[in-house]
Design a binder for this molecule. Sequence first.
Ligand SMILES: Cc1ncc(COP(=O)(O)O)c(C=O)c1O
Ligand SMILES: Nc1c(O)cccc1C(=O)C[C@H](N)C(=O)O
Length: 411
Amino acid sequence: MRTDASSTEAASLDDRHHATDLRERFALPDGVVYLDGNSLGALPRAVPAAVRDAVEQQWGRDLITSWNTHGWWDAPARVGDALGRIVGAAPGQVVVGDSTSVRLHQVLHAAAGLRPERTVVLADPDTFPTDLYVLDGVARQLGWTVEHVAPDEAVDRLRGTDDVVAVVYSHVDYRTGVLWDLPAVTRAAHDAGALAIWDLCHSAGAVAVDLDAHGVDLAVGCGYKYLNGGPGAPAFIYVATEHQAAFSNVIPGWHGHAQPFAMSGEYAPADGIDRARIGTPPMLSLLALEAALTAFDGVEIQDVRARSLSLTGFLRRCIDALVPGTTYASPDDEGRGSQVAVRHPDAYGVVQALIARGVIGDFRTPDIVRLGVAAPYLTHADMLAAATELAAVLEADEHLDPAYSRRSAVT
Ligand SMILES: Cc1ncc(COP(=O)(O)O)c(C=O)c1O
Ligand SMILES: Nc1c(O)cccc1C(=O)C[C@H](N)C(=O)O
């Protein structure tokens, strides 16, 4: 691939995908190709003004009355409905607040209540560690057995069983970027009388999840990756309507009470998704997330996904042409989420050298250069630029700089 030829291709692909180019809705620094939106999404332009208003007018001027006058009390469910549109959930099934880890704890305990006679849970041993930690903790509390089964082996494992409470899988693998077959695994779980629980951290805002259409039972996800809610953005929980009446909240706080201001000493769960609420939500972050979600206004997630596939496919073609012999952890077909994961023995040094050149990705142990592609704010030209810088790093051995031999604490 000659670079001028690929710039022509980049321009023509950017033209073709013009309708989903939402870059103007984001504030990104000049001279940076940001490929870490699968860890912390970029800043949507709508957020600073919304946060300023929340701080100066709502908090500063209207004080406590804002719980009513600015809809603070209803915000978790209101923002949940907005987020639900992006993950294919009809209104009234998603509520926002707390962290993914806390939300996982809730859905696992709720699953125990929905399948009380069963004791086995299937989980992916390679999933993001917090999911394993939470699951192991809950399993210890409930006397469950956690069986490590890769998502692509779950359908076989489930066949003919009657002891599985639930499968607990991440929709997209955080390291390899593999997009697991949510519809097939969900179906197999149901055929075995089990529940399907999905962690959508790496798919919400990036791929079409279609929770309702596939009959997913329970799901969780974070607000700070492809949803761009900002550092520490609140997470979300999805409880399918059919399970809400029997959903038991393991952390029954007063915001999930049927009559919170009755101040009763006895807990009575609210109807509907509100019963998944716990305590006071982080209102500034919640309002930041609400503003961030407007970056998806007027676009369908299927179109974002089409753009993402085009971008990641082109990035891979550029890397193949400029760095022949590259090996990948991510699939080269539609079985990938929204990232390209390159394997390299000095992956940490490669990532640091790329950052020094303005291409921000991240390293994931043991050997992954993780290039996250948040489609709304990236272009095919960015993909070519990233591949070009990768080739330059490797050609000049910049990744072997001794400064990169000590790994930093974060990312
Ligand atoms: C799949 C997955 N689950 C959970 C988390 C994080 O959970 P929490 O938001 O509680 O830190 C992450 C990333 O940090 C993740 O990638
Ligand atoms: N949540 C994070 C954090 O609190 C600090 C640093 C990174 C993160 C991440 O989101 C990491 C991310 N889940 C990953 O897939 O690696």
